[in-house]
Design a protein around this ligand. Structure first.
Ligand SMILES: *[C@@H]1O[C@H](CO)[C@@H](O)[C@H](O)[C@H]1NC(C)=O
Ligand SMILES: *[C@@H]1O[C@H](CO)[C@@H](O)[C@H](O)[C@H]1NC(C)=O
Ligand SMILES: *[C@@H]1O[C@H](CO)[C@@H](O)[C@H](O)[C@H]1NC(C)=O
Ligand SMILES: *[C@@H]1O[C@H](CO)[C@@H](O)[C@H](O)[C@H]1NC(C)=O
Ligand SMILES: *[C@@H]1O[C@H](CO)[C@@H](O)[C@H](O)[C@H]1NC(C)=O
Length: 292
């Protein structure tokens, strides 16, 4: 009972810190276009629209890079025929040995469901895909997608519900790696991926239905800003004058309620897990044996 009480206390304490430190910012406070700004529709106070047509997709990225923290945004995905298109929200560092945390929303023909692919790259290698269906139509309304990255785990959340948790099971012999020392930028884009995205690449983008438009709003990034010094140094960061909320003790694991939610998502909405793909991996990847 004692441990339950202190656990509850920690949970609520970290929740209070979360409320005090997260705030929505205007797009231009945090982000800038990195690809085809002529395909952006941007107006003060309106959601930002990104367009894909037969000429180009487009994308934006954060002005700063962050080491640990949480990024979230609300997205309304391409409606109607979105086959062949991918809308992405991701965090990434630079260089050949980069780290990356991906949400990729794989479009479909009208009336058929989107799939959400998540992936994790560490030291330049990905191949850690999961795919989920959603419990709502993501083209009708805005929903909140967030990536939480702390020293203990990476959490992909949809409307606050954990969809995927990737634990830090790092091993000192380097056989399991965890992203921990490269600051990442926060990005979003809309692009053509009809060679693989929809029904294994069999369904191509129908350009007669272009432009394909996804909308974005309610941008939030709360993380340690990387120093950005010429030497690439990373400055220490303790935003709350102590531990950052994402590394507070209550954040090192899911709450019992969140664990139930994750179980529900896995039972009802997980359609592919690389950890379960023996046709692809002769040996199940080592990190798959860890805790959820
Ligand atoms: C966003 O911009 C509008 C006007 O451009 C301004 O009134 C508002 O305070 C800004 N909001 C934030 C969170 O910076
Ligand atoms: C791209 O789309 C425009 C407008 O639908 C059309 O006029 C043009 O021919 C297309 N270009 C290509 C290369 O398909
Ligand atoms: C990261 O990958 C490179 C090869 O691209 C390798 O030389 C290096 O040892 C790897 N780092 C770790 C920590 O395993
Ligand atoms: C598209 O719809 C088909 C048929 O319902 C489904 O099998 C597939 O998983 C859906 N999503 C994608 C990205 O192909
Ligand atoms: C896991 O593998 C089994 C056996 O191949 C398969 O029946 C099941 O659908 C897979 N589940 C997921 C979520 O990939």
């Amino acid at each position: 009972m004692a441990s339950l009480t202190s656990y509850t206390l920690l949970c609520c304490l970290s929740f209070a810190l979360l409320l005090s430190s997260v705030h929505s910012a205007n797009f231009s406070d945090l982000f800038q276009p990195y690809w085809a700004s002529d395909h952006f529709v941007m107006a003060d106070g309106e959601p930002l629209e990104l367009k894909l047509d037969n000429d180009s997709g487009c994308g934006f990225g954060s002005k700063k890079k962050y080491l640990f923290g949480q990024a979230s945004m609300q997205i309304k995905l391409v409606e109607g025929d979105s086959a062949g298109t991918v809308t992405a929200f991701y965090m990434s560092s630079d260089g050949p040995n980069h780290n990356e945390l991906d949400f990729e929303f794989l479009g479909n023909v009208s009336g058929e469901p989107y799939l959400v692919q998540t992936n994790i790259y560490v030291n330049g290698s990905g191949n850690r895909e999961q795919r989920h269906s959603l419990w709502f139509d993501p083209t009708v309304d805005f929903h909140t997608y967030s990536i939480l990255w702390n020293h203990d785990h990476i959490r992909f959340q949809v409307d606050g519900i954990p969809m995927r948790v990737y634990a830090n099971n790092e091993e000192s012999d380097g056989l399991i790696l965890y992203p921990k020392d490269q600051p990442m930028g926060v990005y979003a884009s809309v692009w053509n991926a009809d060679d693989w995205a929809t029904q294994g690449g069999r369904l191509k983008t129908n350009w007669a239905h272009a432009p394909f438009v996804s909308s974005f709003r309610a941008f939030e990034i709360d993380g340690c800003e990387a120093g950005g010094g010429e030497d690439g140094s990373i400055e220490p960061c303790d935003k709350e004058g102590g531990t950052n909320w994402w590394d507070a003790p209550g954040m090192s694991r899911l709450t019992p309620h969140q664990r139930r939610q994750l179980k529900w998502v896995r039972a009802k909405h997980l359609v592919y897990d690389y950890c379960n793909d023996s046709g692809r991996f002769a040996e199940i990847p080592r990190e798959c044996k860890g805790k959820l």
